[in-house]
Design a protein around this ligand. Sequence first.
Ligand code: FES
Ligand code: FES
Length: 157
Amino acid sequence: MKRLITLRINGIDEEIYAEPWWPLSRVLRDELNLIGTKEGCEAGHCGACTVLIDGKAVMSCLYLAIKARGKDIATIEGLQGNDGALHPIQKAFIEHFAVQCGYCTPGMIMTAKALLDENPNPTEQEVREGLNGNVCRCTGYTKIVDAILSCGGKPKN
Ligand code: FES
Ligand code: FES
């Protein structure tokens, strides 16, 4: 049976009626129209659904929405500044041509955000290890890694 839950998403409290078994990805996309978060495998294999929960990268297809009550959830929609400016990581992905079909991109960027927040100047090896839960079928990863490395030492908002 659905129950009313409150989730704090991108700094805003959202009230949703959700089944206890619904994954967070479903609530974000189907109930709140935050479709920047993608669903690929829905089984924890691709990373397309990655969001931040209390600053940590989490696969939202495996995370129950009800478990996210009381936590800070960040999605790709929340990354841009109040003036609409893209986040430096988003800009870096564009500048380094790190996007092709774009399906993996929101998950990649959220994973990169968590990585850079924890380690502002990662090595290439650390970036590659940090991305090991995110699959890209298009880019061959090099441009994604370059984009993230280019953010080293810059403010991350
Ligand atoms: S959709 Fe969540 S890991 Fe693939
Ligand atoms: S850009 Fe197409 S899956 Fe990564």
